[in-house]
Ligand binder design. Structure first.
Ligand SMILES: Nc1ncnc2c1ncn2[C@@H]1O[C@H](COP(=O)(O)OP(=O)(O)OP(=O)(O)O)[C@@H](O)[C@H]1O
Length: 262
């Protein structure tokens, strides 16, 4: 049941591996509706694998994944297609189609899922581009003509094309300078507030985590070892979390009280 109180995403006891190598080892995590949840973890620790498994792009060994109240294993492919329309994804490299204009890129998911007249589809795409701070002039450009920040914005506009409830962002600020990254963070926060979006975001960017995320989930040893606001990360004694947030902890003046358990 997709009641408003059910988590947007619920992952329970998830195991994912490749051959003998276990990447996610009985991992559990809930993403609440309307929150921005930041996922941190070592390079190669399994953040993308977790995201891709939730999206159904990688198979799991065991465990359960519910998205918007739907158990991935229990619903029909047709029902899953309906659920899939309710999320948008921004992959790490932006992944725009190089032969399509910016506008055509944003129209792409609408062509796939919606039966809209051409003119209306273009109008909706231009509206989405406006939401992410791009102009109708930008809409006619090709991906090769865009800066890194603009590419991310176009990819975000495309992720928003079907008016999703959840947006998955894989390293949204990687490759951006601090000013462009800060502007992108502000944009995500605005979209969360104005559209009521749930955002699940993998990132290495400490500034992003602080500026945008309501909660942070730290992935280490194949599991979520800490979950909560920044104060929870600063108080966590797990060696990887301690090392990762060490600089921030020093600036904050030492460990904080009462960590939230995952
Ligand atoms: N399709 C695949 N086949 C085999 N191994 C894979 C596959 N996808 C990922 N892996 C392995 O799973 C592990 C986790 O990779 P993943 O890309 O999720 O890390 P990550 O936390 O997203 O890293 P980064 O922060 O560097 O992007 C790595 O060891 C990777 O080599």
């Amino acid at each position: 049941m997709d009641a408003p109180t059910t988590p947007a995403i619920s992952v329970h006891d998830l195991v994912v591996g490749f051959g003998d190598k276990i990447v996610l080892d009985h991992l559990s995590l809930d993403v609440r509706r309307g929150e921005v949840l930041g996922l941190v973890g070592a390079s190669g620790g399994g953040k993308s694998v977790l995201m891709r498994t939730i999206l159904g792009l990688l198979p799991k060994t065991s465990g359960r994944i519910d998205i918007l109240g739907a158990d991935r294993d229990a619903i029909s492919p047709e029902a899953m297609r309906t659920v899939e329309r309710r999320w948008g994804v921004l992959f790490q490299q932006g992944a725009l189609f190089s032969a399509l204009t910016v506008c055509q890129n944003v129209e792409f998911p609408m062509r796939e899922y919606l039966d809209l007249p051409d003119r209306l589809r273009t109008e909706v795409a231009l509206t989405k581009l406006g939401m992410v701070g791009l102009s109708p002039d930008d809409a006619e450009k090709y991906p090769a003509e865009l800066s890194g920040g603009m590419t991310k914005r176009v990819a975000l506009a495309r992720a928003l094309a079907l008016e999703p409830d959840i947006v998955f962002l894989d390293e949204p600020t990687s490759g951006l300078d601090p000013i462009a990254a800060g502007a992108f963070d502000a944009l995500i926060k605005t979209l969360q507030k104005t559209l009521g979006l749930t955002v699940f975001m993998a990132t290495h960017d400490l500034d992003s985590l602080e500026a945008v995320c309501d909660r942070i989930a730290a992935l280490a040893d194949g599991r979520i070892v800490a979950l909560g606001p920044m104060a929870t990360m600063l108080a966590c004694e797990h060696p990887w979390v301690k090392a990762y947030f060490g600089g921030k902890r020093a600036r904050a003046g030492g460990p904080q009280p009462s960590p939230e358990q995952p």
